[in-house]
Each structure stands twice: as structure tokens, then as C-alpha cells.
Design a protein around this ligand. Structure first.
Ligand SMILES: [Fe+2]
Ligand SMILES: [Fe+2]
Length: 217
């Protein structure tokens, strides 16, 4: 299939698969059964550092320079999101100096092991960043209802524009590199797998935190 048409079709496929995941946050947005904004910001902290590390891990073994640079940009952006979230937690009175990243999740282990450039772009920039953008919107609604307008502002002004840019970079790079039937099939399989694993991981976290409005990365 023509690569541009393929990416447009994959975008539609991804949006349909993402709807329940993003909708879970939106539909439970009014519940607020006990999770507080700082607890959810700690989830964001973990996600941001995990994605920064994942993109960094891919750089040395990615041959295409424009993809290398896209990952490098993402490393910096996600590190900056970590700092923004950490500063917000500090302003809310939480000490984040002792932050320790938890053990690697099955999703990140799966993504880190992806061998090809097309699979990495499909998993990270194209899919994970779409998940992040969607779930962050539900998280921002949650914060707004909780009266935390400053957290909403930080996401609106700094974090979400980057997550959207990462996602668009993913679309452009897939259109450039997913040019063969084999690469396109691999990309589609990765999109399906990442969404399935993210859905399972987020459901587990939502059950323990009492809300599905968890931020992404
Ligand atoms: Fe991101
Ligand atoms: Fe981020």
C-alpha cells in the first residue's frame, strides 16, 4: 500500500482501538473515588522517565539519522516533562528528591526489545504518544474538577504540545519508512500489541488508585 495511505489507515485503526482506553478515563472522570492529584502526578513522573529512557535506549541501535534525532528530541522533552511534574509536586508540598523508578513494566520491556526502526516508531512515537495525549486530556479534566488549575495549565501549555508533536513525528516517520508490505504488517501488529498491553497495565493501576484518569507520558 502507498505509505501515506497506509499511515492514514493505521491512524483510523489506532483511534478505534484507543477509544475504550481514552474513554475509560473520560467516563470515570467524575468519580474521583479517593485518588488525589499528587498520587496521579507520581504516576506521570514514572511514565515520563520511562519513556525518556526507552527513547534513549533505542538511539544507538537505530540506523536512520532522522529517527535517531526524533528519539533524541523525545529523550529531552520527556525529561523536561519529568522536571515540570516534579516541580509541581514540590509546589504541592511533596518531596520528590527520593524518587526511584519502579521495575520495568511488561509494556516497556516489550517495546525496548523491538528490533526494527518501523516497529519502534510505530510503538513509541506513533502509539504511546497518542495514548499519552488522550489520557492526559482526561487527567486534565480530573484536575480541573479537583480545582487544580495550575496542573491543567502546565499540561496545556507545555506537556500536551510536545506529546502532540511526538505523535505527528511518528506519523511522518512511518510514512517515510513503512514502505513494504512486511514493514506495514509489522507496524500494525505493534500498534495492536502496545494498545493491548497499555490497556492491561492502566486497568491494573486504575484499580489500585481508584480512578482511570491516570496521566500518560
Ligand atoms: Fe511523550
Ligand atoms: Fe511526556
Amino acid at each position: 500500500m502507498d505509505p501515506t495511505a497506509f499511515v492514514a489507515e493505521l491512524e483510523t485503526f489506532k483511534a478505534a482501538q484507543l477509544a475504550p482506553l481514552v474513554g475509560a478515563g473520560a467516563s470515570s472522570a467524575g468519580e474521583a473515588r479517593g485518588a488525589d492529584v499528587p498520587s496521579l502526578l507520581k504516576v506521570a513522573l514514572v511514565n515520563e522517565i520511562n519513556v525518556s529512557e526507552l527513547a534513549a535506549a533505542w538511539i544507538p541501535t537505530t540506523r536512520e539519522v532522522d529517527v535517531k534525532l526524533a528519539f533524541a528530541r523525545q529523550v529531552g522533552d520527556e525529561a523536561s516533562h519529568f522536571r515540570l511534574v516534579a516541580d509541581r509536586l514540590a509546589a504541592l508540598g511533596l518531596d520528590v528528591s527520593a524518587f526511584e523508578a519502579p521495575a520495568e513494566s511488561p509494556l516497556f520491556a516489550y517495546m525496548k526489545a523491538l528490533p526494527t526502526t518501523v516497529e519502534r516508531v510505530a510503538a513509541g512515537l506513533f502509539t504511546l504518544e497518542s495514548i499519552a495525549y488522550g489520557v492526559n486530556e482526561a487527567f486534565m479534566s480530573y484536575c480541573a474538577r479537583a480545582g487544580d488549575d495550575e496542573t491543567v495549565r502546565i499540561y496545556r501549555e507545555y506537556i500536551q504540545p510536545d506529546e502532540r508533536a511526538h505523535q505527528e513525528l511518528g506519523q511522518a516517520l512511518l510514512a517515510k519508512y513503512a514502505t513494504t508490505p512486511g514493514a506495514q504488517a509489522a507496524a500494525r501488529a505493534v500498534v495492536t500489541q502496545v494498545i493491548a498491553m497499555a490497556t492491561a497495565g492502566r486497568a491494573k493501576a486504575a484499580a489500585s488508585l481508584g480512578t482511570a484518569c491516570l496521566p500518560g507520558c
